[in-house]
Design a protein around this ligand. Sequence first.
Ligand code: NAD
Ligand code: WQD
Length: 341
Amino acid sequence: MKRCVLVTGGAGYIGSHTAVELIEAGYDVVLVDNLSNSDEQAVEGVRRITGAEIPFEKVDCCDREAFEQVFRKYRFDAVIHFAASKAVGESVEKPLLYYRNNLTSFVNVLELISKYGCSNIVFSSSATVYGEADVQPVTELAPRKPATSPYGNTKQMCEDILRDTVAAAGGAIHGIALRYFNPIGAHPSAEIGELPRGVPQNLVPFVTQTAAGIRECLSVFGDDYDTPDGSCIRDYIDVVDLARAHVVAIGRMIEGRNKENFEIFNVGTGRGVSVLELVRAFERVNNLKLNYRIAPRREGDVVKNWADTTLANNELGWRAERSLDETLAAAWKWQQEVMKR
Ligand code: NAD
Ligand code: WQD
């Protein structure tokens, strides 16, 4: 019998790509999303790529009654909880919105999986929990640093909520927190991708929108950091590779291969790339010139952050496969598709 996975935030950027990989790995999926930061077109995109009938429920995970109806209607072997608000700057201006949405939705998911006997959950955490780590690359054992935004705080709090819930369940619930580094790119079909609302805050959507002429000029925030070319270093992980990490995490728990009831894995490439390197790679791969200028440092940026992925490589048997070039080509192809629409 096919296993069924509930994907909350399933119309979003990472959720939609994960839905594709789950279906291609033989799972049934049910997507739940309140469309607060996405469009139902993404669900259509997943349907077109996979050719599968995919149930979509427009539900707010904070609405306990409506959300419980979903658990009454279907039976889940596992849940992947993507649903959250994710804009760091907005979270500083509207902290309560972030605490309410990200914490309430997560508590609801945990209560409902307990009530309906679904024992496996993956939580979308973030490398933001490491802050400015003392040692690079960062392992899962690096201490979490005090969060610098309410958004980052919700990720730390949700990790703790999951750890406590799993501990109290005495083996009845298994949880995996995946700490994503910087997800970028799009599905190679260009049927789904990232759809930022308003002015993009993240680097790659700003790059593609600048190349498309929607933004006049990319600001490279700082070229005087203590890095080889002076710009900040990150670990840019292709969204399809990231999606696959969820599939293996789910399989690990469903097949009982997890070593602890609560586990944490970094999901990155293991390679640090500077902002200027990324800009040049984008220009080269897509054969275009990008209008950019060096701007002052952005407040709150960490200088460098890239993953030690040894644990995910050895324990999950997962590693990033797509090159930065492939990923930047897919990002540009997606941007052009968005323009056509
Ligand atoms: P996204 O905004 O594209 O997807 C999140 C989806 O959740 C959206 O479709 C939104 O409409 C939905 N949603 C939000 N609140 C909801 C609610 N209460 N009920 C139902 N649906 C709700 O973002 P994404 O980039 O796909 O991120 C997915 C997850 O990964 C988030 O938890 C995010 O914090 C985490 N994450 C993202 C990044 C990143 O850089 N993209 C990095 C680390 C972690
Ligand atoms: C990457 C690099 C910028 C835009 C954020 C969140 C983090 C996580 C991922 C969810 C930095 C530089 C950017 C621009 C630039 N999200 N940059 N010009 O800051 O690593 O992480 O997204 O969990 O929590 O904080 O990603 O894409 O914003 O920036 O020079 O217009 O690109 O300074 O060095 P970041 P980013």
